[in-house]
Write a protein that binds this ligand. Structure first.
Ligand code: CU
Length: 70
């Protein structure tokens, strides 16, 4: 398992936080997602054999947020 911390721009409320957590939680290979709304950061535990950071970034960007830190 590996961890990455990303910065997610554009999250403004609990709904945004839930949307990011849900989308990432549904990605294969991701075992945990912690979103810190105030810090605009997400810490993701994932299996690098199954999912790549680029796919994690894409999943969040597909929701309409900006991802930096990858
Ligand atoms: Cu929101």
């Amino acid at each position: 398992m590996s961890f990455i911390k990303i910065t997610v721009g554009g999250m403004t409320c609990e709904h945004c936080k839930s949307a990011v957590e849900k989308a990432l939680g549904e990605l294969a290979g991701i075992s945990s997602v912690k979103v810190d709304l105030a810090a605009k950061q997400a810490v993701i535990e994932y299996d690098e054999q199954v999912v790549k950071p680029a796919a994690i970034k894409q999943a969040v960007e597909d929701l309409g947020y900006d991802v930096t830190g990858i």
